[in-house]
Write a protein that binds this ligand. Structure first.
Ligand code: KIV
Ligand code: ZN
Length: 388
């Protein structure tokens, strides 16, 4: 049976770019947009065109540049926002307007001083108006994570009737548990009339470290689009990380879900975004962190050297990492030392290895990590005669 496709909606250039101090200029955004297109994302959310003339210009230029992906502009449920977004993306091969409004009781009361019925009216008006410019209209129910499911279903039904093609269910505050977010998707799938005409989309924030888990729970319960960013960057604790959801679906084939992402470009894309935004990737970041395929304890190193799969669930090459690394520290064993020594040209016999290993431990206790050039010195000062 063929796998169901999950669309990847990349919002690195919109939600991701809301990170304080990480503003990108238009030129940088164009380079990133081109790379996202090459990576195989289905939708690029290029920005929020009403927010500034600079953002309008970036969205417009991205719309001209991108060859394959849909290019999307964000709006509030406000006519002027929609007109400006429509203008910015009209040149795109596949334009999408992403409009919406807060639907939780706290948003309705404190942001809009309004009522549930009036919010539905505004949502419908926004979708109808956006639809007068483009065919592809995505609706977001902001703070859907804390919106009562019955009311959320009413909102969804109304906007589908008005022509929305995608329904974004954001866990704006990163509050939901995976079971809860998955159940929300299931509820909508089962209770919204006309739901088969629209795609449900996961948009999760990472305030409790659950953005990826929630997005996966969403697609396991019927959603077919995930909104995410490279390296999981975004407001506060960030958004769902693109590389994580892509590799989770690929490494769990029984879920029968996949994306069109060329995963071998994941590492280089992560590095490009990190460098352009001036935002380092944490070493232990899943998939793309510098330690994601580095093994440093003796037991793990011995296993990986014997057979990679003992401690690796993915082939590093699949995400663009040339090979796993064996990091030499005072926790490393003889197998790791022999392996690294061989890589720099020394075939050690068992007796030679024992002698070199004792010397190695003295060095390793002094230094945090033993590098290739240290290996030469360790071997030369170990009192055994070895030809490299
Ligand atoms: O987190 C959120 O609710 C959003 C919407 C504007 C889509 O980013
Ligand atoms: Zn968001």
């Amino acid at each position: 049976m063929g796998k169901d496709k999950v669309q990847i909606f990349d919002t690195t250039l919109r939600d991701g770019e809301q990170v304080p101090g990480c503003k990108l200029d238009t030129k940088q955004k164009l380079v990133i947009a081109e790379r996202l297109d090459e990576l195989g994302v289905d939708i690029i959310e290029a920005g929020f065109p009403i927010s500034s003339p600079g953002d309008f210009n970036s969205v417009n230029q991205i719309a001209q540049l991108v060859k394959n992906a849909t290019v999307c502009g964000l709006t509030r449920a406000v006519k002027k926002d929609i007109e400006v977004a429509a203008d910015a993306i009209k040149i795109a091969k596949r334009p999408r307007i992403h409009t919406g409004i807060g639907t939780s009781d706290s948003h309705i009361k404190f942001k809009f001083n309004s009522t549930r019925d009036k919010i539905i009216e505004r949502a419908v008006d926004a979708v109808v108006y956006a639809k007068s410019f483009v065919e592809d209209v995505e609706f977001y129910a902001e703070d859907a994570g804390r919106t009562d499911n019955e009311y959320l279903a009413q909102v969804c039904e109304a906007v589908i009737k008005a022509g929305a093609t995608v329904l974004n269910i954001p866990d704006t505050t990163g509050y939901c548990l995976p079971e809860e977010y998955g159940a929300k998707m299931k509820y909508l799938k089962e209770n919204v009339k006309g739901i088969d005409k629209a795609i449900l989309s996961c948009h999760c924030h990472n305030d409790l470290g659950l953005a990826t888990a929630n997005s996966i729970a969403g697609v396991m319960n019927g959603a077919r689009q995930i909104e995410c960013t490279i390296n999981g960057i975004g407001e506060r604790a960030g958004n769902t990380s693109l590389e994580e959801v892509v590799m989770i679906l690929r490494q769990h084939p029984y879920l029968n879900l996949d994306t069109d992402i060329n995963s071998q470009l994941l590492l280089s894309t992560s590095q490009m975004v990190s460098e352009k935004m001036g935002m380092p990737v944490q070493p232990n970041k899943a998939i793309v962190g510098s330690n994601a395929f580095a093994h440093s304890s003796g037991i793990h190193q011995d296993g990986v050297i014997k057979q990679r799969e003992t401690y690796e669930i993915m082939d590093p090459k699949d995400v663009g990492v040339s090979e796993s690394s064996i990091v030499l520290t005072a926790r490393s064993g003889r197998a790791a030392l022999a392996y690294r020594a061989k890589n720099v040209g020394y075939e050690l016999t068992k007796i030679q290895l024992d002698a070199v290993y004792d010397n190695f431990l003295k060095y390793a206790d002094r230094k945090k990590e033993i590098m290739d050039n240290d290996i030469h010195e360790i071997i030369e000062t170990s009192g055994v005669s070895i030809q490299s």
